[in-house]
Write a protein that binds this ligand. Sequence first.
Ligand SMILES: [Fe+2]
Length: 299
Amino acid sequence: MNPILQAAEAVTATGIGALGYGLIEAQAFTVRDNQVHNPEFSFDSLRILHLSDLHITPAQTRKINWVKSLGSLKPDLTVVTGDFLAHMQAVPAVIEALDSLLDGPGMFVFGSNDYFAPEFKSPLKYFDRDREINPIGQALPTEELRQQLLDAGWIDLNNRQQAVTINDIVIDARGTDDPHINKDDYSKVAGPYGSGTLRLGVTHAPYLRVLNDFVADDTQVILAGHTHGGQVCIPFYGALVTNCDLPTKLARGLSDYSHNGKTASLNVSAGVGTSPFTPVRIACRPEATLLTLTQQASQ
Ligand SMILES: [Fe+2]
């Protein structure tokens, strides 16, 4: 056979194999367990379930059932960092998925995909760092979702702040609406925290301007999503993109984020879902994070 044809066949076969693997990995849901140790904490343990980027459509029974199963973790607090929706009729499916978690304390912010329905774009655009951010999808039932979460007693942190007491721990939480579409307005929450025992910052897309504002105001723990962990990563190397100005080495997981001599613990969730038009993950499993905040590091 012509060597060029042979090479083309090999490349095509590799591409199809990677795509097939990526479709499977996108369904390989996992729980990442991490401990956030900080001697400043005045409590022994607070378990936060951090979910992000659910991107739910009503037909995604497997994903909905997996999210439902997370209720058995019985976290002290659930925080969802946006992109709940991926379909005009997804609100009931989101509420069904979160079902048992909605019985407990929760907080949320929205991402761009809670405002605009996903539209098909070339998957290669995801790797174009200079592409224009232009949400053009159909408007989603954002307010219906917000109301259902509020009715369950969850706290809306979109450019808002609120304190809540859980297990005698006063959590002073603040958040922004999605920086990816410039809906963040940190000035609405800026300034010193109250006298709570935990200072928590929540946003969807971890743009540096928001992380820096959180850190400047002595936030101790920051939760974010949006990056999908890079979504299509290079094994043993990591993410190629973060879809924002966050460095790729911070694309997912727990890290120390420092700015002007101050440091916060930053957890970036790789997310549970993907756009329905790019349902592929490579070397980047879909995840929920169970963070245990503790004063004492376990041995
Ligand atoms: Fe997302």
